[in-house]
Write a protein that binds this ligand. Structure first.
Ligand SMILES: Cc1cc2nc3c(=O)[nH]c(=O)nc-3n(C[C@H](O)[C@H](O)[C@H](O)COP(=O)(O)OP(=O)(O)OC[C@H]3O[C@@H](n4cnc5c(N)ncnc54)[C@H](O)[C@@H]3O)c2cc1C
Length: 324
């Protein structure tokens, strides 16, 4: 028996959210006295896959068939189910993402497994699992009991804290996994992927500097970009900003955009409408810069700076540079 953790790859590297899922899954495995096995699908070097050992996995199944180069939810879900069956996995863990949710739902249907998505903490384990998940776009938590034989948990970013230092000295054994692939899973397949131009992925970023209509126009974004560069941060924006084409749509954060959960979210000239907050309330620390002391965002902020964003941003950038 085992706990199976699916890791997402990005250009041959394991995504940080997936390493968190490995750490999470390894803790669950420890609690139930099983081993943690990782499944990686797509191209990745062995040295990269060995990282899973640092977070407690004892084995990595690597499915590297050329047909699996591009993400394909149907084929990947089938590979996941076959891995679960080979490893007699009673618990399957995935990191929350579009792909993670798609695979989890398909695998749950195939395995008749109970599934909880948006998990925020390690489950309480008894005869069943008591699982806490985030609901109502992060405004409340629900506890769900899973009684099924096989359980699938889709874990939110920051549900478990990890850093670059290994938490385990386990040497993960890398094994090629070559399950039969079904032609019917490739009726629709991705032929080409063009990456959005942003250097850092918003969903993976540790720090995000985000701008709203208070930035006044696209020509004023440089001070925000300078701060993002100084901090090694990704850039985001509010919906009106992307609707106005001031910034690309892939930067739009909120209820109808990307949901982010960085360690630090710096909001510049964003009012803090409920639809924007819905996308950022998973952030660990929120800093708001706004000239209006009544701006609703201050209520959700850990730190607030009341003032003109164009005066404050260069000062923050200087401070960030001098700290380096
Ligand atoms: C169904 C629906 C879905 C939506 N989904 C989303 C979503 O996903 N994401 C999203 O962001 N919005 C979403 N919205 C829109 C949302 O309701 C708000 O209208 C939007 O978030 C406001 O954007 P903003 O804060 O950039 O602009 P504004 O509300 O115009 O706020 C600008 C802020 O900048 C401040 N400011 C101005 N000048 C300066 C300065 N020089 N220095 C410092 N501060 C300054 C102002 O005080 C103000 O607080 C949605 C709306 C609906 C109805």
């Amino acid at each position: 028996m085992s706990v199976l953790i699916y890791v997402e790859l990005d250009n041959g590297s394991i995504k940080k959210t997936s390493l968190e899922a490995v750490a999470f899954g390894s803790k669950v495995a420890e609690k139930i006295g099983e081993k943690a096995v990782v499944l990686a699908i797509g191209h990745a070097a062995s040295a990269e896959l060995e990282k899973a050992g640092n977070y407690g996995a004892s084995k990595v199944l690597h499915a590297a068939d050329a047909k699996l180069t591009h993400e394909n939810a149907m084929a990947y879900a089938d590979v996941l189910v076959q891995a679960a069956s080979q490893e007699s996995s009673k618990v399957i863990i995935l990191a929350k993402s579009g792909l993670g949710d798609a695979l989890a739902a398909r695998a749950a249907a195939k395995l008749k497994a109970g599934i909880v998505s948006g998990v925020t903490a390690l489950p309480e384990i008894g005869d069943s699992f008591q699982v806490t998940r985030s609901i109502f776009t992060g405004k409340a938590f629900a506890t769900t009991e899973i009684k099924s034989d096989i359980k699938i948990l889709v874990v939110r970013k920051n549900a478990i804290e990890i850093d670059d230092s290994p938490v385990s000295t386990v040497q993960a054994e890398i094994t090629a996994f070559t399950p039969p692939l079904r032609d019917e899973d490739f009726q629709a397949s991705v032929s080409k992927v063009e990456k959005a131009s942003s250097e850092l992925s918003l969903t993976e970023a540790e720090i995000i500097v985000s701008g709203g209509r208070g930035m006044k126009g696209p020509e004023n974004w440089q001070p925000l970009i300078d701060l993002a560069k100084a901090l090694g941060a990704a850039t985001g924006c509010s919906k009106p900003v992307s609707d106005l084409d001031w910034r690309p749509h892939h930067e739009h954060i909120g209820q109808t955009g990307i949901k982010v959960a960085p360690n630090l979210y710096i909001a510049c000239g964003i009012s803090g409408a409920i639809q924007h907050l819905a996308g950022v309330n998973g952030s660990k620390c929120i800093v708001v810069i706004n000239k209006d002391p009544e701006a609703p965002f201050f209520k959700a902020a850990d730190y607030g700076i009341i003032g003109d964003v164009f005066e404050i941003l260069p000062k923050l950038t200087e401070a960030a540079k001098s700290l380096k």
